[in-house]
Design a protein around this ligand. Structure first.
Ligand SMILES: Nc1ncnc2c1ncn2[C@@H]1O[C@H](COP(=O)(O)OP(=O)(O)O)[C@@H](O)[C@H]1O
Ligand SMILES: [Mg+2]
Length: 344
């Protein structure tokens, strides 16, 4: 399986004006995305998801680590804006308005990436018509302006603009977070269908667990600029192992108050500041299982099988203590009720 995207040991620290301290936004993130695969980055606001996405596209320069696209490095000269890669990487924003010029007709907006690739006008017109239909909009939309469209229709235009160059990778940064639930479900269905048709790889960034569950093949749970757990969506959502993942998932997915009380990992206190991160595991100060070892050094990834990685010294004991099997059966059945059957 050849990777479309390979991220290795990615670090991004932002300087703070007039201070020696830095914002440690991303602290050693590694993952890959294969052709036609959706890998999701999920985590609370401020966990570093957008910063990873911007490094992946070469919009900002990492402080450490590497990003490779089909084996070649993404850097200052080779990125989403450079001639060499133009059209092969694309980005879909949370706010469709960010990629739509209010004074430009939709047809013009969708054609723009082709124009910058030097595609002839005749071919542009044909591909714009094909693409607008492909995203479920009428051809007459091409003559309209963004303000005449609903938020969901605007996001379809944003997606049309991204897929028109047939990219190999699209970074989708909270693409459905600004939409109402109906439009959200429609956009998710559209993205899944387009991926099946075009075999595009998606890096899907979201804080919304129910959406992530539905679109992802694999999921990376982020906390303070680290991936604390990475695995197939089925594994992460039915057998979460890292205390942070369990806390995050159960707080959202368990409707039953008794189960919620029993299963939730009770994380104490506040998220530490990314300017002043603790030594050792970043969760140690909040985790009920933490001991001296956790406070001394960041846990390395533990592969629990099938590429399911957990950065925790205690995930095995933590589970045993809570009668793992019953726990997960109940967790999964409740999660299924809330989320529906999911994608795969
Ligand atoms: N340009 C920047 N300068 C300074 N700090 C930044 C910048 N961009 C992001 N950050 C900080 O980096 C951390 C991660 O932010 P971000 O990647 O946007 O997280 P997420 O997308 O998960 O909400 C946050 O603490 C944020 O305030
Ligand atoms: Mg973000």
């Amino acid at each position: 399986m050849s990777a479309v995207l390979e991220v290795s040991g990615l670090v991004k620290h932002f300087p703070i004006a007039g201070q020696r301290a830095v914002v440690q936004a991303v602290n050693g993130v590694s993952f890959s995305v294969a052709r036609g695969e959706t890998v999701s980055l999920v985590g609370e606001s401020g966990s570093g998801k957008t910063t990873v996405g911007r490094c992946v596209l070469g919009l900002i320069t990492p402080s450490g680590g590497t990003v490779h696209f089909h084996g070649a490095p993404i850097d200052k000269r080779h990125n989403i804006r450079s001639k060499t890669l133009r059209g092969r990487l694309q980005l879909v924003f949370q706010e469709p308005a960010e990629s739509l010029d209010p004074r430009m007709r939709i047809g013009h907006t969708i054609a723009e990436p082709l124009r910058s690739l030097g595609v002839s006008q005749a071919e542009r017109q044909q591909r714009v018509r094909e693409t607008i239909t492909r995203v479920g909009l009428r051809e007459s939309t091409l003559e309209q302006y963004p303000a005449e469209l609903s938020a969901g229709q605007q996001q379809r235009v944003g997606i049309a603009r991204a897929i028109i160059t047939e990219p190999e990778l699209i970074v989708l940064d909270e693409p459905t977070s600004a939409l109402d639930p109906t439009a959200r479900a429609e956009i998710i269905d559209l993205l899944i269908r387009l991926q099946q048709e075009l075999e595009t790889a998606y890096l899907f960034i979201s804080h919304d667990l129910s959406t992530v569950r539905y679109v992802s093949h694999r999921v990376a749970v982020m906390y303070l600029g680290m991936i604390v757990e990475l695995g197939s969506a089925a594994e992460i959502f039915s057998h979460p192992r890292h205390p942070y993942s369990v806390g995050l998932l159960s707080s959202v997915l368990l409707p039953n108050p008794r189960l919620k009380r029993e299963l939730t990992v009770d994380l104490k206190g506040e998220i530490p500041s990314p300017i002043d991160l603790p030594k050792g595991c970043f969760l140690a100060g909040r985790c009920p299982f933490a001991d001296e070892r956790c406070r001394a050094a960041m846990p390395p990834p533990d592969d629990v099988g099938g590429g399911h990685l957990v950065h925790c010294y205690h995930h095995r004991e933590a589970l045993r203590g809570r009668e793992a099997l019953d726990y997960f059966d109940q967790f999964q059945s409740e999660a299924e009720q809330v989320l529906g059957a999911g994608r795969r």
